[in-house]
Ligand binder design. Structure first.
Ligand SMILES: [Zn+2]
Ligand SMILES: [Zn+2]
Length: 142
């Protein structure tokens, strides 16, 4: 495993984190949950095994049914509202951390775009990624 350690924080700084090693995947998601979570057209996140994330500070959580039918749990800073990460009952043991919270978000390269079917017409699909209409049936271990 890589020794890479990437740090990040919420807008107010009450929540900080370190993600160790390389992410399983970096993805753009255009689903309707991500639209509301981000207040924008899509989210971009890095998926890590939960045990590779060290998080400090108090967070709040909100559960919602995702487009795939799984329960999505959104974790956010209760003070400033920054979306910290999300996890999904369809992918136990993994969390997807919002890329914009990292101190060096440019060090990641998105690889795939999911839920392209939900794209809002004024938002763009990332042409440098493979796009899927919904959630592809890949497994993190493959
Ligand atoms: Zn905060
Ligand atoms: Zn999404």
């Amino acid at each position: 495993m890589s020794e890479e350690r990437r740090t990040g924080a919420c807008l107010c700084g009450a929540v900080t984190f370190t993600a160790c090693g390389e992410p399983v995947i970096v993805a753009n998601c255009h689903c309707t949950v991500c639209q509301r979570v981000t207040g924008a057209g899509h989210s971009t996140g890095a998926m890590y095994p939960l045990d590779q994330l060290e998080l400090t500070g108090t967070t709040s959580e909100f559960d919602v049914e995702g487009a795939s039918g799984a329960t999505v749990t959104r974790t956010f800073c209760p003070a400033c509202g920054s979306p910290i990460h999300g996890r999904n009952t369809g992918m136990p043991g993994f969390v997807t951390i919002s890329l914009g919270l990292f101190d060096d978000p440019g060090s990641f390269t998105p690889e795939v775009t999911v839920f392209a079917r939900d794209r809002i017409r004024w938002d763009q699909l990332d042409p440098n990624t493979e796009s899927f209409e919904t959630q592809p049936d890949w497994k993190p271990d493959s």
